[in-house]
Design a protein around this ligand. Structure first.
Ligand code: PRP
Ligand code: URA
Length: 205
């Protein structure tokens, strides 16, 4: 499955301000909304539509509407910063949650929460701003696949080459949509140049 890296001048502009260490949490949240909106549009280009007959004020016509509901699954907690734009543009979207937290020493993700709507027959997008080692994304996709999801995508704001490789190895059927593909991970498994700890910057912790 291909890796789709966002190619949009506004995406580059927003991401640069998001990365800037002087950006404070309020602006950080706005920028996270903006880049997530661009990624939401990119990752849903191929959603199925079906015909619908309507009457305009002028005459009858056959339009097209979305054929199937969409499900998004943010990985808590940082993934919550990407939910609102999906709800704004897809009013019928369902939201499931997977709670995962990386251990500060080992960088291995521990699961602490899971609540999912029915996933069978739905397009399911797992969302998390940072794809670092890929451990969290791989675990979250394992969980949603076990719950019946078959048509999947993974959306992140910043990806590392290591994370992309791990995700492609574990879930080769899942397309990845990223705002940027960065250089590498550091010794503590943080992305370089990256933007630091997304959850801490989003919530001012
Ligand atoms: C961050 C991020 C991802 C994960 C990525 O979350 O939001 O979920 O790390 O790292 P990985 O690819 O190496 O698994 P974190 O565990 O820090 O929790 P938080 O969202 O609660 O801040
Ligand atoms: N999680 C983050 O928030 N940032 C990173 O660089 C890696 C994991």
């Amino acid at each position: 499955m291909p890796l789709h890296v966002l190619q949009h001048p506004l995406g580059a502009h927003v991401l640069t301000h998001l990365r800037d260490q002087t950006t404070k949490p309020a602006l950080f949240r706005t920028l996270a909304y903006q880049i997530s909106l661009l990624l939401a549009l990119e990752a849903t280009r191929d959603l199925a539509t079906e015909e619908k007959s309507i009457e305009t004020p002028m005459e009858s016509m056959i339009g097209r509407v979305l054929a199937r509901p969409l499900v998004i699954v943010p990985i808590l907690r940082a993934g919550l910063g990407m939910v609102q734009p999906f709800q704004d543009i897809f009013p019928d979207v369902s939201v499931g949650y997977v709670g995962l937290e990386r251990d500060h020493t080992t960088a291995i993700a521990r699961s602490y929460y899971c609540k999912l709507p029915p996933l069978d027959g739905k397009r399911v997008l797992v969302i998390d701003p940072m794809l670092a080692t890929g451990g969290s994304a791989v675990q979250a996709l394992d969980v949603v696949k076990s719950a019946g999801a078959k048509e999947l995508g993974f959306i992140c704001i910043v990806a590392s080459p290591e994370g992309v490789a791990a995700l492609e190895k574990a879930h080769p059927d899942v397309p990845i949509y990223a705002g940027a593909l960065d250089r590498e991970l550091n010794a503590k498994k943080y992305i370089l140049p990256g933007l630091g700890d997304f959850g801490d910057r989003l919530y001012g912790t």
